[in-house]
Design a protein around this ligand. Structure first.
Ligand code: ZN
Length: 302
């Protein structure tokens, strides 16, 4: 299943992407459901039942729309929907530095012996399609394509063997980074928490649609038409189960928490000469089996 949040009127609503065209509004399909996807994450069985009921009709509905019929609830046209991030306000976003073999080599760094963790402020999240905003002072902003895992079931002291049980799904993340702040400050928090610096989406793909622990997925980052990063989640030094176990030794993981697993080689700052995002660019993060997260880059207006 592909779970999402979208705006209908002025309110966020949980939904499903049934295919590339047809979205299903979960509340319209089943009014007794909670109106917050976050609340549904620990037990997706009711959502799965709705999916089984409606998914077989998706291609027929797409064909009817193609023939001119207007979408009606519980269905909506995904191509014109304004999507939000699959998690709207997680308790935490935990990011991992130096977790791809090729990215560590690019920085001429030894492979880490344990995960290097930092956090991004949840307020940095930005919806699919919405802009990464720069200001005149922000001249060294970079993009990082990442596989993000979203926690479903709460837990602490989770063993690697139990980790899969705690995963609600996977999505794409762009760990936008202000390299000025990242390298000037003694820690990453400010540079990694820019407003709009956490594009995430377009939806949450449940683990049953992907290989175990999302291994073996191609991951790319394009700036406009230029391929900047190209790797595979097989390159992860610490895979998803080890990360969940390591983090949950120290802190309780809660439903909706996002762990963004690190970025492959090819980021702008390590190019010769370095390159950074500028207004007018478009960044596309694509992960095999999940989809593409596309965000334009703009100058903030005020
Ligand atoms: Zn990163």
């Amino acid at each position: 299943m592909k779970l999402l949040n979208y705006i209908r009127g002025t309110m966020p609503r949980p939904g499903l992407a049934l295919n590339d065209v047809v979205g299903l509004d979960l509340l319209a399909a089943q009014p007794s459901l909670p109106d917050n996807l976050h609340v549904l994450l620990p037990d997706l069985a009711p959502v799965r039942a709705i999916h089984q009921e409606f998914a077989p009709r998706a291609s027929e509905i797409a064909a009817r729309w193609e023939a001119g019929e207007a979408p009606t609830l519980p269905f909506f046209d995904l191509r014109h929907a304004r999507l939000l991030t699959p998690v709207i306000l997680p308790s935490k976003i935990i990011a991992v530095g130096l977790n791809y073999r090729d990215h560590a080599e690019e920085q001429h760094k030894k492979l880490p012996e344990r995960p290097l963790l930092f956090s991004k402020a949840p307020s940095c999240l930005q919806a699919p399609g919405m802009p990464i905003e720069l200001t005149a002072e922000l001249t060294k902003v970079d993009a990082e394509a990442e596989l993000a895992v979203v926690i479903g079931k709460p837990g602490r002291g989770i063993t690697p063997g139990q980790a899969a049980d705690h995963i609600a799904g996977y999505t794409c993340m762009n760990d936008v980074s202000d390299r000025d702040a990242q390298y000037t400050d003694k820690q990453f928090f400010r540079g990694k928490s820019l407003d709009t610096g956490g594009p995430c989406g377009p939806w949450l793909v449940t683990p049953d649609e992907l290989p175990p622990l999302a291994k073996g997925l191609a991951i790319t980052c394009h700036w406009n038409d230029t391929l900047m990063q190209s790797s595979n989640t097989d390159q992860l030094i610490f895979p998803v189960d080890e990360l969940i176990s390591y983090i949950s030794r120290n802190m309780t993981l809660l439903p909706g928490d996002i762990i963004t697993t690190g970025t492959p080689g090819g980021v702008g700052v390590f190019r010769d000469p370095p390159v950074f995002l500028k207004p007018g660019d478009t960044v596309t993060v694509t992960i095999e089996g999940i989809g593409s997260l596309v965000n334009p880059v703009k100058l903030r207006e005020s």
